[in-house]
Design a protein around this ligand. Structure first.
Ligand SMILES: [Zn+2]
Ligand SMILES: [Zn+2]
Ligand SMILES: [Zn+2]
Length: 142
């Protein structure tokens, strides 16, 4: 798990367990699946934790910028899933059911070199998503 993230999460030790950020993190961790901001809001409300949607969106934005969650965009729907891997990684998203798998390999250094050669930019980071159909959703071969 991201150290920077935990530092920010536990900055105020007194607030630790009731801090909205911690509760949102806990909820995503318990869910073991992706959640929409509305689902998070409802789940927290059920536990008598009323955290405003704005606050939820803000926390999710922060989590995303720290690489703690992955934002899954499918048409107009947005869902968030807690990342299991702390290190740099990529994701493949099923176009049918929206399930996500983390890919623990990244082999695009040649590609980065080509980007530098063609643009003169020094490449320091990249984001890349894969899309397809999971085993369950794969259209059967004819
Ligand atoms: Zn991830
Ligand atoms: Zn699927
Ligand atoms: Zn990569």
């Amino acid at each position: 798990m991201n150290k920077e993230f935990f530092k920010s999460l536990f900055k105020d030790k007194k607030l630790r367990r009731s801090h909205p950020r911690f509760l949102i993190y806990q909820e995503l961790s318990d869910a073991k699946t992706s959640l929409s901001p509305q689902e998070l809001y409802q789940a927290l409300l059920k536990k008598h934790r009323k955290i405003g949607l704005t606050s939820i969106y803000r926390s999710l934005d922060l989590f995303e910028s720290l690489g703690v969650v992955f934002k899954i965009m499918n048409g107009t729907s947005v869902r968030y899933k807690l990342c299991e891997t702390e290190d740099h990684h990529h994701h493949i998203i099923c176009k049918a059911c929206g399930s996500v798998v983390e890919l623990n390999f990244c082999d695009i250094s040649d590609w980065s070199k080509k980007v530098t050669e063609s643009t003169g930019y020094q490449v320091i980071d990249h984001q890349l998503n894969f899309y397809g159909f999971c085993k369950a959703c794969k259209p059967s071969e004819i």
